[in-house]
Structures are given as structure tokens and as C-alpha cells.
Ligand binder design. Structure first.
Ligand SMILES: Cc1cc2nc3c(=O)[nH]c(=O)nc-3n(C[C@H](O)[C@H](O)[C@H](O)COP(=O)(O)OP(=O)(O)OC[C@H]3O[C@@H](n4cnc5c(N)ncnc54)[C@H](O)[C@@H]3O)c2cc1C
Length: 436
């Protein structure tokens, strides 16, 4: 009987390195094949170089994919607490920011170093510049081909991630092709956690603005999802963590041929009525200010321009002071009230109400994304139904395991993607080492 399982891991990223440590700790002889010059390069980019490596919050709504239950199941088998304990044992002291867990050093480098040192202790070989081009299996033995060599193994763990964040130099990505021959299918991969390109005639001057907002995703005017926090406005669209949170779904819906839009609420702290009341009070206090100037101190200047122009377009009026001079914006004139509310004109037109509504509901049409190169993750990939949720072993080819981003699961920001990589890496490493 063989003493040790020979395990080859394709991909020296988060899930591959974690699988390698686990497999070696469970007694396997492990080799990692990594196509880049160095292993773990993506880990260094995570969390803006600070590596938000797990999350202690509730994972039940933190993943997308055709079967989110798969993510819940693997996280129950190797939990965020298990991750923290493992990294603590490898020398990482953690810091907790509202459930988002970072190394206390706040450098991703220390996370990668701790993984590489542990691999060294376990005598795992990490072979870089080894681009895997094919996998074959005959008589229970795998052959893994690279451009210059071939390796034999009893078990293979495919941990080669996705095309997210790859530069032109790092493309093409061949992860899905490697296992098509094994009978696996692939749900079309799309960028996720990515800035969105959007269209609205009045957003052209808002580039560079960062502001607190909530973004609601709609498909054919049906509400889909909402997220809040700091967003960034760019010349081409919208970005930031709340936008990332809805981006994967937005692109998937667009792929299905639906018209997708985002409603941005630039003042989520106040309800429509409360914002309207605030603006009316300002109007009382500053009757000579243009309507746009009432927003100074409430919104960033470049956003005021976009919002006030949009409101003016909605109302079809020009902004003038009561003495008839044109104001420095295109917001409609405040007319003397003669019915009900002071700001309502004879036709029932209410400039303050329209302005408040525009601030609370600025609609943009989604036209696409910045693409894989700017994505932190990918939606789609190998359907999780083709993989055991207990072991991460392929249901199509015995002895082959799949981990991390190659699977059709994508997590939200906050450490969930790395946690999925650690959980699937742990399960695959453990079972590949143990199963003979
Ligand atoms: C900018 C950025 C910031 C992020 N921040 C966070 C964060 O703070 N928290 C979080 O949880 N997640 C974050 N993520 C996501 C997280 O990094 C990934 O989900 C995670 O790294 C996926 O792990 P993986 O092992 O599946 O793939 P990867 O880490 O991508 O590893 C795959 C490896 O396989 C190699 N490879 C590919 N093809 C081959 C081949 N044919 N032969 C040999 N090797 C191959 C690749 O070079 C790569 O090293 C971030 C991602 C990006 C891009």
C-alpha cells in the first residue's frame, strides 16, 4: 500500500496554498504548480493591500451563485473562526473592524508570508512559472502537463481562480478549459465586484466625487437589490463597495437581455419628506438663493451641478430669482405660493419637491462594467452541483477537487471571497490527502 497520496495543486493562490498546507498537514506529498513568477500575487492586492481575510458576520446573504447553499455548507465545515484560529497559529494577530477581519499589521504581505513559511515547514514544493496546459487521468493516476514538463499524482486540486484582475500579460485564462474534458460544464463567467458603466445625460461633471449614498438595482423597473455606503462617481459611471455589491447581479441580468438601471439616493439619511422639509426651511432662510445654491453644504459641489440640472430637466423650468434674473443653475424659479404649500406654483409645480426627489432618486442606466481587469471577483464558473459540498471533489472525475473562485460562487466585499477560498481549500486538501 502507498504510504502517502501525491497531491498536485494547480494554482498557488489563496485556495491553492491553503489546500496545500491542509493536504500536507494530513500527510500528503504535495506539489503546487503556479504559472506566475511568484505564488499568491492576488492575495497581495486584497483589501487595498491590507487583506480583509475573513468576516465574523452572518454569511447567509453574503454569497451569490446558482446554489448559495453550497457556500453556506462549506463555511459551516470550515468556519471564519477556524480561519482566524489557523492564521493565529501561523503567527497572524488579527484586528476586527465591525466583523471585517484583517491582520493586525494591516499588510497582505504578512498573510502571504505566513502561508509560504508554513508550506516551507511542511516541505511543500511550490513550483512557479509552471503554466498547466492539460490534465489527464488513466488507471487512477493523473498526469498534469505544463509547457515544459509533466507531473504524476494520485489527486489533483484545481485552484486556478478566475480571470478577475488579470492584466493583458496574464491572459489568457485557461482554468475552465482544463476540466472541460472531464465533463464539467461552465456558467458563463462575468465580472463581479466591479465598477459599473452607467448612462445619464447629467452625470458628465461629477467625476471624482466621493459621497455617502445608497444604490438600488432595478431590472425592467423591478427592484432587485440595495446597498449603502461610500460610492465614487467617475466619468464613466459609479464605483465603490455598494456598487460592487450589486454589480455581479446587474451584469448577469443584462446578459439575460433585461434593461438594468440603478437608482442612487444621495441623501439616504433623510426620508423624502424630511429632505423636502429641510430644503423648504433653507428656502425660507435664504429666499434669494438659487435653488441649486440651497444644496451647498448638503452635497459635494460637482454633484450639485448634476442633481440640479437633472431636476431642472425633470421640471422643464429655468432657475431664476424672484426678480426675474437668471440664477446660476437651471433649477426652476421659486414661485409665490397661492395654494397649499408655499413652494407650489399655480400649476401645482413644486420645485423643492422635485429637487428632493431627484436627490433621493437619481436614475442611471447600466451599460456595462469596467471588465475583468478591474473586477475583484467573477460570477459564474463551474456549477457547484458538479462538486461535493462535503469534500469539494468533482462528481465528474474521482480524485479531482475544485476550490475557490473557479466555482460558481462569488462573495460580497468584507472577506467573504477569501473565506470561501480558505474553506474550499481546507476541504479539498483534507480529503485529497485522506482518500486513497
Ligand atoms: C483587487 C482585489 C482585491 C480583493 N480584496 C479582497 C478582500 O479584501 N477580501 C476578500 O475576501 N477577497 C478579496 N478579493 C478576492 C480574492 O482575492 C479572491 O476571491 C481569491 O484570491 C480567490 O482565490 P483562488 O485561490 O480561487 O484564486 P487566486 O487567488 O486567483 O489564485 C489562482 C492562482 O492560480 C494561478 N493559475 C491560473 N491558471 C493557472 C494555470 N493554468 N496553471 C498554473 N497556475 C494557474 C494564478 O496565477 C493564481 O495564482 C480581492 C480580489 C482583488 C482582485
Amino acid at each position: 500500500m502507498k504510504e502517502k497520496n501525491r497531491v498536485i495543486i494547480i494554482g498557488g493562490g489563496a485556495s491553492g496554498l491553503f489546500a496545500a498546507i491542509t493536504a500536507a498537514e494530513h500527510g500528503a506529498e504535495v506539489v503546487v504548480l503556479e504559472k506566475e513568477k511568484k505564488a499568491g500575487r492576488k492575495i497581495l492586492k486584497t483589501g487595498n493591500g491590507r487583506c480583509n481575510f475573513t468576516n465574523t458576520g452572518d454569511p447567509s446573504h453574503s454569497y451569490h451563485g446558482t446554489d448559495r447553499e453550497f457556500a453556506r455548507h462549506v463555511l459551516a465545515l470550515f468556519t471564519p473562526q477556524d480561519t482566524i484560529a489557523k492564521f493565529t497559529a501561523m503567527g497572524i494577530y488579527t484586528t476586527n473592524k465591525s466583523g471585517w477581519i484583517y491582520p493586525h499589521s494591516e499588510t497582505a504581505e504578512s498573510v502571504l508570508t505566513s502561508l509560504l513559511w508554513r508550506l516551507e515547514e511542511l516541505h511543500v514544493k511550490v513550483k512557479c512559472n509552471e503554466n498547466v496546459t492539460g490534465i489527464d487521468k488513466k488507471n487512477d493516476v493523473f498526469t498534469v502537463f505544463t509547457k515544459s514538463w509533466h507531473y504524476e499524482a494520485d489527486k489533483v486540486i484545481l485552484a486556478c481562480g478566475s480571470a478577475a484582475s488579470l492584466t493583458d500579460k496574464q491572459l489568457p485564462y485557461n482554468g475552465y478549459d482544463l476540466i472541460k474534458r472531464a465533463g464539467h460544464t461552465c456558467i458563463s463567467p462575468l465580472p463581479a465586484l466591479v465598477p459599473l458603466k452607467v448612462k445619464n445625460g447629467n452625470m458628465y461633471k461629477w467625476g471624482g466625487v466621493r459621497t455617502n449614498a445608497s444604490v438600488s438595482l432595478y431590472a425592467e423597473d423591478i427592484f432587485i437589490a440595495k446597498s449603502s455606503g461610500q460610492i465614487q462617481l467617475t466619468d464613466f459611471g459609479i464605483s465603490g463597495i455598494p456598487v460592487f455589491a450589486i454589480s455581479g447581479q446587474a451584469l448577469r441580468l443584462m446578459e439575460g437581455g433585461l434593461k438594468v438601471s440603478v437608482r442612487v439616493d444621495f441623501f439616504p439619511e433623510l426620508s423624502d419628506d424630511a429632505l423636502c422639509a429641510l430644503l423648504r426651511t433653507r428656502r425660507e432662510q435664504h429666499p434669494d438663493r438659487s435653488t441649486a445654491n440651497l444644496l451647498t453644504g448638503l452635497l459635494p459641489e460637482r454633484l450639485i451641478h448634476a442633481v440640479s440640472t437633472e431636476a431642472a430637466e425633470k421640471s422643464g423650468f429655468h432657475d431664476r430669482t424672484t426678480n426675474g434674473r437668471r440664477r446660476n443653475s437651471d433649477i426652476p424659479e421659486r414661485k409665490t405660493a397661492c395654494t397649499g404649500s408655499k413652494e407650489q406654483d399655480l400649476s401645482g409645480f413644486d420645485e423643492i419637491r422635485i429637487l428632493a426627489e431627484t436627490i433621493k432618486a437619481f436614475d442611471v442606466v447600466v451599460t456595462g462594467s469596467q471588465g475583468f481587469a478591474y473586477a475583484q471577483s467573477v460570477s459564474g464558473g463551474i456549477p457547484t452541483g458538479e462538486v461535493s459540498a462535503d469534500t469539494c471533489e468533482s462528481k465528474k472525475m474521482q480524485g479531482l477537487y475544485l476550490t475557490g473562485e473557479i466555482l460558481d460562487i462569488d462573495g460580497e466585499c468584507g472577506g467573504w471571497n477569501l473565506q470561501f477560498a480558505w474553506s474550499t481549500g481546507y476541504l479539498a486538501g483534507k480529503h485529497a490527502a485522506e482518500a486513497l
